[in-house]
Design a protein around this ligand. Structure first.
Ligand code: F6R
Length: 617
């Protein structure tokens, strides 16, 4: 939610800011704006709508050359997405201060009343503008920007990353962070700020993740970090392992198309160095967790939202089967509001691509308060979730820019399998040879994912064929159930049509009433090759819905000789053990949703009303 970028250094600032915003646009695209300080003082341009509108505005009203500036791309919270509500906001009667903000200032009403009583004039309906006026006023009183800035951020409640520049102090960007993300990029004679490292990865791989309630004083040749109460902080530097080119479209029609195609690499990179050739999992990252805890675990709770929660559902099957630990999967935003049972032997696993989803952060903080250890599965280095967890398994999907999650999901599912195998190994819940055979099978998945990617055309063709569908239903059983849920979510968010995923066994308990002549239903068919295969049951479910007029599209394993007779269309996936099949089965559903949305003329990378990283509750 809201992308933030700041720069000070010798480069053409506007290029750095607009490039950073382009890479952060997935965080919000309701409006965008920049401020720079040049020969004519502070200059600001901002515009409702996508970043291209801002670029056109700057082309129409060029800005001066500058070596310091801030930029913002907004996902609206307070105030509609208009030019006036776009950031930056100017502060004080002299309008020499410019501020950008990500988050929500909860006590803005009382602060605004205070300012109004003094005669302040507001140009927007946002909570953010309040902070701009307060800091400008404080600067007039103290004459010192860091002091003025600290005095004000200490008065703000809620969640915020705030960046400020002031015309009278043209060599410094001030930044503060509470409950919203902020990272510093360290350059030679230049420094950067961003909501995440994608903002500056093109220029530097050296980064610092700013901690909770910390202030940054950023100059071209120095970076100073302090706590809100003024104590110096020695921050820890890390090296960004994302490749800058990974955050660009590189000739693909959309980021989503590129990220779907990136999946063999995302899965392979997430496995890399973590399973040896005989199938033994080695996850040094998890060593941060106490072995005694792992041996005595009485339950494991997975917290996550949206697509990441479906990765959690799949992990549940693997962990329960291989490590014999009871697992519950909880939507992060529901979890802490129902007084969940957490014992000292509970492990909470938080899954998040961004590592900044506020609901998931609040759930893990709650779990920690109650004494649980937290293990994160996260895709973003330096993210708050990673910092606040006891151990982290990073997924190595690289930057995911399209709002709809694709490669992050398959990487999360992969990490879930690794965790399940590791827990099984540690607890010796299955014979070692069996676990190692599973590890070896997991190592074969990247090659199978490659084959799925190479054969996506039939799924895309169906997406085009069903472009006018009003509703699509998805059915699955066992690990196919979360796949069905994910297929429906992708279609809702990308194509804005009614889509629902059901457990196939649940059909007869109500949902079958939805089936009428011509209703498209996508069915995830399990492998028929296993002794306890659920394939016959799913075939029966298909027959039940076809008898009532459904048009069935099956996702089935190559070599399933029965399924064709029962389906209008079959999308084939390579053979694998059933438990690993979600990594394969979910991909045609991503392609189907992407193509259907494209056929409707919609923007697959930036669907309406959404933002990639949901940093408000
Ligand atoms: C859907 C999607 C979302 C995210 C969810 C969690 O395509 O991307 O449902 O999965 O908002 O985001 P993270 O993983 O960043 O916590």
């Amino acid at each position: 939610m809201c992308g933030i970028v700041g720069y000070v250094g010798p480069k053409a600032t506007l290029d750095v800011l607009l490039g950073g915003l382009r890479r952060l646009e997935y965080r919000g695209y309701d409006s965008a704006g920049v401020s720079v300080i040049g020969a004519h003082g502070l200059e600001t341009r901002k515009k409702a709508g996508k970043l291209d509108n801002l670029v056109a505005e700057i082309a129409a009203h060029p800005m001066s050359e500058s070596h310091i500036g801030i930029g913002h791309t907004r996902w609206a919270t307070h105030g509609a997405p208009t030019d006036g509500n776009a950031h930056p906001h100017l502060g004080g009667p002299t309008q020499k201060l410019s501020l950008i903000h990500n988050g929500i200032i909860e006590n803005f009403a009382e602060l605004k009343a205070e300012l109004l009583a003094e005669g302040a004039k507001f140009a927007s309906e946002t909570d953010s503008e309040v902070a701009a006026h307060l800091i400008a006023r404080e600067y007039e009183a103290t004459g010192d920007l860091p002091t003025a800035f600290a005095n004000v951020v200490n008065r703000l409640h809620g969640a915020f990353t705030i960046l400020v520049i002031h015309e009278d102090q043209p060599d410094v960007v001030m930044a503060a962070r509470r409950n919203a993300p902020l990272v510093i990029g360290l350059g030679e004679g230049e420094n950067f700020l961003g909501s995440d490292v994608a903002a500056f990865v093109e220029f530097t791989k050296r980064a610092i993740s700013v901690g909770q309630d910390q202030i940054v004083i950023l100059r071209a040749d120095s970076v100073e970090v302090r706590t809100f109460d003024g104590h110096p902080v020695t921050p820890e530097e890390f090296t960004v392992d994302w490749d800058a080119s990974a955050a660009s479209k590189g000739g693909w029609s959309s980021f989503m198309a590129k990220e779907i195609a990136d999946q063999p690499q995302a899965v392979a990179d997430t496995l890399m160095g973590r399973i040896d050739s005989d199938g033994l999992v080695r996850l040094t990252e998890v060593e941060g967790l106490d072995l005694g805890l792992v041996m005595n675990l009485d339950r494991l709770i997975i917290v996550a939202c949206g697509t990441a929660a479906y990765a959690g559902d799949i992990a549940k099957y693997a962990i329960e089967k291989w490590a014999r630990i009871p697992v519950s999967v909880e939507l992060s935003h529901e979890f802490r509001y129902r007084d969940p049972i957490i014992t000292p032997n509970t492990l909470v696993v938080a899954i998040s691509q961004s590592g900044e989803t506020m609901d998931t952060l609040m759930a893990t903080r709650y779990a920690k308060e109650k004494g649980a250890k937290v293990l994160a599965i996260c895709n973003t280095q330096g993210a708050t979730l990673a910092r606040e967890s006891d151990a982290v398994i990073y997924t190595h999907a690289g930057p995911e820019v399209a709002v709809a999650s694709t490669k992050a999901l398959t990487a999360q599912i992969t990490a879930g399998y690794l965790l399940a195998l590791l827990l099984g190994q540690m607890r010796q819940s299955l014979p070692a040879a069996e676990l190692m055979a599973l590890g070896q099978e997991l190592l074969k998945m990247p090659a199978r994912v490659t084959r799925v990617i190479e054969e996506l055309e039939p799924a895309k063709e169906l997406g085009r064929e069903f472009a006018n569908a009003k509703s699509v239903l998805f059915l699955g059983r066992n690990v196919g159930f979360p796949v069905a849920m994910e297929g429906a979510l992708k279609l809702k968010e990308l194509a804005y049509i009614h889509a629902e995923g059901f457990a196939a066994g649940e059909l007869k308990h109500g949902p079958i009433a939805l089936i009428e002549e011509g209703q498209p239903v996508i069915v995830i068919v399990p492998s028929p090759r296993e002794a306890d295969s659920l394939q016959p049951k799913v075939i029966s479910n298909i027959q039940e819905i076809r008898a009532r007029g459904a048009k069935v599209i099956a996702i089935a394993e190559e070599g399933d000789t029965q399924v064709e007779a029962y389906s209008e269309h079959v999308l084939w996936i390579p053979q694998s053990q059933s438990i690993f099949s979600p990594i394969l089965a979910v991909i045609p559903l991503q392609a189907f949703a992407m193509e259907l949305s494209t056929a409707k003329g919609l923007d697959v990378d930036q669907p309406r009303n959404l933002a990639k990283s949901v940093t408000v509750e």
